[in-house]
Design a protein around this ligand. Structure first.
Ligand code: PHB
Length: 364
């Protein structure tokens, strides 16, 4: 019997009813001030509770970790309360949900930090843009400034932020947490030679560049348990002004270190979702050898690609992003071979219910 996307899967401490997962998706609809998760977000997640696992949109571990307008956080009591209402409702609908713990590092803007420059591995000028709130309250694209290099105190505080965010995720009723180690955000900025030119124990050889990522993993595991913790990485990707074409070996090094920690899952975001090169099976095979636990594949996957990689034993589950924006019942549709709704890019970021909770499910 071959395994299909519609078979159950045990991931750390939880068992998922199927392997069609909802990828983390920035939607920028939290309530200001305070970046509080709200009832509109609850309705959106509940509609998608048929996914084997929902991975939440990135939720910042601290104000310092915020990089886009109206993204939710998980560092204040109001945010924990908002998330609690969401996880309760998702569970009631039969779903399972992970909190994606996010620190954007340099993919940010000083206006989010009272004029202080964003934190990164090194103070290197780079080209990228993010989204702040414009004069009319709507999204405005702006260039990211040159960040400041993290001091030892900044690093210690950041690890505390990951710890507290994990305790908060637990209290908020999440089933798992996923550490965002991908896409040119803080942990990836430390890992990549493109963004890290430090000469201390966090710079130089990969053992040093991976240190913050692994310390964050250990902090999060210490605040909960390895079987509740996964991580998302994007070796060889090009995104957010970080072109990491040489990052394959770094990714494999990290995967080996993660494998030794018995994490619940490794979530691989493949580079071609954002215009990067396609990964090959040789790389996927080496990743599988480095990390013996559950591997989730993602990145503009088609259902056919997901099933092929499942058949080849290279992934255990697949996460779908844009398809989940437009199809709240994606897992059910794929199982029935039903047609899919097309996503409307213009309503991905910010706004209200339109393009968020109004995509139709199949008629029951
Ligand atoms: C985005 O907002 O476009 C975004 C955020 C986080 C990611 C990738 C993309 O990991």
């Amino acid at each position: 019997m071959t395994t299909t996307l519609f078979d159950p899967l045990t991931v750390g401490a939880v068992t998922l009813p199927n392997r069609v997962l909802m990828a983390p998706l920035t939607r920028m609809r939290a309530t200001p001030p305070g970046d509080v998760p709200n009832d509109l977000m609850r309705d959106y997640y509940v509609q998608r509770a048929g996914a084997g696992l929902i991975v939440s949109e990135g939720t910042q571990v601290s104000t310092e970790g915020k990089g886009y307008m109206d993204t939710p956080g998980i560092h204040s009591p109001e945010q924990v309360e908002g998330w609690r209402r969401i996880t309760d409702a998702v569970h009631e609908a039969g779903g399972t949900i992970a909190a994606q713990l996010w620190h954007v590092g340099r993919v940010s803007h000083d206006s989010f930090h009272g004029g202080v420059m964003p934190l990164s591995a090194s103070a290197i000028e780079y080209r990228n843009r993010t989204t702040i709130k414009g004069p009319d309250g709507g999204p405005q694209r702006v260039s990211c400034p040159t960040p400041r290099a993290a001091t030892a105190a900044d690093i210690a505080r950041t690890l505390d932020d990951y710890r507290r965010a994990t305790e908060n995720a637990r209290e908020a009723g999440f089933d798992l947490v996923e550490i965002h180690g991908a896409h040119g955000y803080l942990l990836h900025q430390f890992l990549s030679t493109q963004s890290n030119v430090r000469d201390d124990e966090y710079g130089g050889p990969v053992e040093n560049r991976a240190r913050l990522m692994l310390e964050a993993v250990d902090a999060v595991v210490g605040a909960w348990s390895a079987d509740r913790v996964g991580i998302r990485i994007s070796p060889i990707g090009s995104f957010n002004g970080l072109t990491d074409l040489e990052g394959g070996e770094d990714g494999l090094f990290v995967a080996g270190e993660l494998g030794r920690r018995d994490l619940a899952f490794l979530h691989l975001s493949e580079p071609d979702w954002a215009g990067g090169p396609a990964l090959d099976d040789a790389f996927r095979t080496r990743l599988r050898e480095a990390f013996a636990g559950t591997i989730i594949g993602a990145g503009a996957y088609t259902p056919d690609k997901a099933q092929r990689l499942l058949d080849a034993g290279l992934i255990d589950a697949a996460a779908f992003g844009r398809a989940y924006i437009a199809n709240p019942d994606l897992a059910e549709r794929l199982e029935q071979g039903a047609d899919l709704n097309e996503p409307d890019v213009s309503t991905f970021y910010g706004g209200g219910a339109e393009g968020y909770v109004d995509y139709p499910a199949l008629a029951s």
